[in-house]
Every structure is written in C-alpha cells, then in structure tokens.
Design a protein around this ligand. Sequence first.
Ligand code: DP6
Length: 329
Amino acid sequence: LISKQFVVDAMIPKKSLPAVPMASESAPVNIALVKYWGKRNEELHLPITDSLSVALSLMTTTSVRQAPCKDEIILNGQRLPESSAFFLRTARFLDLFRPNSSFFFTVETKNDVPTAAGLASSASGFAALIKAINTLFDWRLSPEKLSILARMGSGSASRSIASGFVLWRKGVLEDGEDSYAECIGNPWDELRFGVLLVTSEAKNIGSGEAMRRTVKTSPVYSLWPEVVERDLKAVYQAIGSKDFVLFGEAVERNALFMHATMQTAWPPICYWKPETILAMNSVWSSRSQGLPVYFTMDAGPNVKVFYPVSKEKEVLAFFPSLWQIPLLW
Ligand code: DP6
C-alpha cells in the first residue's frame, strides 16, 4: 500500500526551512457539476470516476508561518482547540510537510462565507493551505502537483487549485500521479448560480464515510461510472455549445443519481430535509412555467441552482430569497 507521505516526498524538493517569514494564498470554493462519489483508494483519495466542477467567487484565504513550539490554527479569527476535528484534520495534513519533527505551523484561515452556510468547504481550505505552504518554502510546484497535494487533504480540494470549469481526471496509476484537476473550456459569461439556503445545521455524516458506505452497500452504485460518463459527455458538449438546457439536465440528473446511490446504501444516507424537497419542487414548478432553472446538491441539505442571465429577473422574482454567487473564471 502506498502512503501519503511516500507520494508527498516524491513530489516536493528536499525539505528545507521557510524561504520567507510568512506566506498567504487564496483558493476558490468549487461546486461539482458531475460529482466525485466513491474512491478507488481511501488513503490517497483516488476517485472511481472523473468529476467536473465550476469555481465560485467565494474564497478561502490562508496564511502560514513557523510557530515556536506547537501548531496553532486560527479559523475566522478564532483559535481552535487542539481536540477539534478541524484542528486534527489540518494538523495531520501539515504532518506531511514538516521539514523536521520539531517544526510547527501557525495557520490562519478566513472564509468569505460563514462556515455555517455549508459552502465554506474543506476543498477551498486544503487548496489554499497547500498553495501557502508551497509559497512559504518556495517550492514553485506546478498546478498539477498542487492539485495532487491538495487531494491528500480532501478529494474535491484537487479541483480548487484552478478556476472556471475544472476537470479532475481519475487517473489509472496506483500512486495517483495522473489524478489531478485542470481548467477546461472557456468562460461561460451568461451562466448564473445561486443557493436556496435550507439550513445551516452541521451534517450528520461526513462525505468520506458516506461514500465508503455507498460503494460497499448500494446495489445501484455499480451504475454510477456509466452515469458519470454519460453526464460528463453532455456537460462537456453543453459547455462547448453554450446549450443551457443540455447543461442543466445533465447537472440535475447527475446530482439526483448520486443521492439515489446513498439513499439505497445501508444504513441509508439522506442529506435532504423537508425544506430541501420543497426547494426541489419549486425548481420543477418554475420550469413548468417556462423558467430554465436546474439544481444540484452536495453532501448537505442546500439546493444550488443554475440559470441563464437572460432570465435573471424572472428567476429572482420566483425565488426572492435566492443567494446569488458570481462564478469565478
Ligand atoms: C458530494 O472531497 O469532501 O461534494 O475526499 O473524503 O474529503 P473526501 O471527500 P470530499 O467529497 C465531496 C463530495 C461531493 C461531490 C463533489 O464535490 O464532487
């Protein structure tokens, strides 16, 4: 079995002390259009399928510097207790990059969105952190390598290294050297995005555990790779020809199938709340009235929608509480 440390050591220059006193970098939140759901290697976060996302203009900004005697993590101005899940997960990631065992980091991280909105993700967090570490040590790693290293923190973080439409290829190599994300396609300036906020409650089960259980126990998971292939093809074509209906249909059915795989796992996993279903129904009823609005959902209860700028006024009239978020090209 290949360890994370083995992959990291092969990828970064010989470990040395910081080249600058402090480094600060940002990375965008990304929303998957065709989802990453299921791993072929748990340790290295290697996915079973390709996935495709688009970047939002919501950023995580992270600064790193050497700390005197132990790691310190400050999230949105608050020093985190060493026993918190966020602290432990971040410190385990930092372990991969310490020049020696008595080297500690101070990490200060700020999210554009309140963590509670369910959008401030580990994806932008690990991407910003690895970019800041790269700058601190002056490693000058390529975007491909940064994407691979961000993946060591969280799979979807591999896609937060780039902006615009981003494709994460699953790769076939055992060490994941060919499993990284890059920007594909041109900006689609007419595309609009928004969130129908359902609740800001923390999720009851993390996506890592949910994926594992789905892959192991859902009888429909075996169809997922075909579904992804079909939807990727459609989204690709839609992006190329700016065909909004083709785009929206592929994005929505991909999210629904992902949720079908987890809802048919055992014990079942359902991230939907009653308000989630109300929001889905209102999207469908807006479509039946001629508005081209399509949704996607991730491992949480919020419903995220896409629509063309030409219908912005009508969409906002239909969904007065819609939280519009610009895409990042
Ligand atoms: C539903 O990247 O959070 O958002 O690799 O275990 O950290 P780990 O999982 P994570 O999973 C994201 C799942 C998703 C779909 C997606 O972003 O593609």
